[in-house]
Design a protein around this ligand. Structure first.
Ligand code: ATP
Ligand code: MG
Length: 438
């Protein structure tokens, strides 16, 4: 992408309304634009990161055996009346009436909708196990939308729903999602700690929240200090028994504050950490709660009809954009992990009216594309200082700076955004260096 042809409305001033780094940086980097409280438009740079995160989530869901579908944002009230949640959900639910006076709602979640799909099509246990997911916008009329897209009213969520014949098999489905969440967050460069959690209004008896540590997080968390050194990158595959893997992680104490009881905590004071965190994912097993209420039954091996055992598994896809920034930024701006970066490398031409600089920058830009990278070329007619500041702000992992001084010696400067390390090398070596960091 040529920056001269891109839409990157960066702000010089720090927006006053933003209280935390990620909100501030997303506005300054021209990633989002508020539409109304808790509702945002995603501008090109923001949309690109959002898509990259969604794609990692999608790949890991598919790998774990979940099947992608797409359910609507607008749902009929009837299915929520059947489950009993239409009244329970209260003011967070955005209720809509269509022209025929039918009660509709903008979905805050999709347990009812997916259970309705299931009961219409599945009759036998032979179709099980089944796990259906989608990545779709949700609406929750939060009392206090804040921190930009972190606690929005409209937000993008991945929600998966598992269906199994009995509690033991449902536990296997739960474990697959547990492991897939570890893999998903690790790919994004995040340390997300699974914490035993309350099941809340969804109900049920097994639940974990995945929480990344950040001073500005809304959740208080308590955990054994060994978590800080724990290796959350898991290379297990889904053909093995996952229970020992899950047990290994859950045996180390970690609780969000509502589940932490200081009087009955097994961890000694010296080993207990108390920090703040951001919830980026939440998984639940809730058994027959919806299937029994809505008649989602299957014929078991003995021919008798039984309600299926269900679980649901959410990831805050749009919240992750802010969460990753909270975990990875400095005073100059965002520092994207390569896996979710909007561009792999920025080629910055410091002197757009210099022929040598321009031909070198253009050549690098073309070669990076040919090599399969996604480069950004800063070909704008701007002051060098403004260019470098803008590229630092938007957090592209690598910068190749092409300037007249270096060109005299046939070199460019390659800078790593995270470490700040810079080297002067030939354009060919620059290409090799950037491409070898996949
Ligand atoms: P929270 O405790 O933060 O209110 P929740 O428990 O209501 O979240 P879930 O129903 O478990 O959320 O939703 C799954 C995921 O969706 C959460 O883990 C979170 O990452 C994300 N999420 C929930 N509410 C919001 C919101 N208002 N804005 C952005 N993301 C959200
Ligand atoms: Mg939750």
């Amino acid at each position: 992408m040529r920056l001269s042809q891109y839409f990157l409305p960066v702000l010089k001033e720090t927006p006053k309304e933003a209280q935390i780094a990620s909100h501030r940086l997303m506005l300054r980097a021209g990633m989002i634009q508020q539409s109304s409280a808790g509702i945002y438009s995603w501008l090109p740079l923001g949309k690109k990161v959002l898509d990259r995160i969604a794609q990692i989530v999608r790949e890991e869901q598919n790998r774990a055996g979940a099947l992608e579908i797409m359910m609507p944002t607008i749902q009929p009230a009837e299915i929520w009346q059947e489950s009993g949640r239409y009244d329970d959900y209260g003011a967070e639910m955005l209720r809509i009436r269509d022209r025929h006076d039918r009660d509709m709602l903008y979905g805050p979640t999709n347990e009812e909708q997916v259970t309705d799909i299931f009961r219409n099509h599945v009759r036998s246990y032979k179709t099980l196990p089944l796990n259906l997911y989608h990545i779709q916008w949700k609406f929750r009329d939060e009392v206090r939308p804040r921190f930009g897209i972190m606690r929005g009213r409209e937000f993008l969520m991945k929600d998966a729903y598992s269906f199994d014949l009995d509690a033991d098999r449902a536990r296997e489905a739960y474990n697959r999602m547990f492991v897939s969440y570890l893999k998903t967050f690790a790919r994004m460069g995040l340390t997300a700690i699974p914490m035993e959690a309350d099941t809340g209004p969804i109900g049920g008896d097994m639940s974990h929240e995945f929480i990344i540590l950040a001073e500005t997080g809304e959740s208080g968390v308590y955990f054994h200090k060994d978590w800080l050194a724990a290796d959350l990158v898991t290379s297990v595959n889904y053909d093995e028994d996952l229970q020992p893997v899950v047990d290994k992680f859950t045996s180390l104490y970690a609780r969000a504050d509502e589940k932490h009881d200081p009087d009955n905590c097994p961890v000694s004071d010296g080993d207990l950490m108390s920090l703040r965190g951001i919830e980026v994912g939440h998984i639940f097993y809730f058994g027959e709660k919806y299937s029994a209420a809505m008649g989602a039954t299957v014929a078991g091996p003995d021919g008798a009809n039984v309600p299926v055992h269900m679980g649901s598994y959410g990831i805050g896809v749009s919240r992750l954009v802010g969460g990753i920034i909270e975990a990875s930024h400095d005073d100059k701006g965002i520092i994207w992990p390569r896996a979710v970066a909007p561009f792999d490398v920025a080629v910055i031409n410091l002197k757009a009216d210099d022929e040598t600089c321009t031909s070198c920058a253009e050549d690098l830009y073309a070669k990076l594309q040919t090599a399969g990278a996604d480069p950004l070329l800063d070909d704008r007619d701007e002051r060098p200082g403004a260019k470098l500041a803008a590229i630092d702000l938007i957090g592209v992992p690598w910068q190749i700076v092409v300037g007249p001084r270096g060109m005299k010696n046939g070199v460019v400067e390659v800078k790593n955004r995270r470490t700040g390390e810079a080297v002067e090398i030939s354009p060919e070596s620059a290409l090799t260096m950037v491409m070898s960091d996949a």
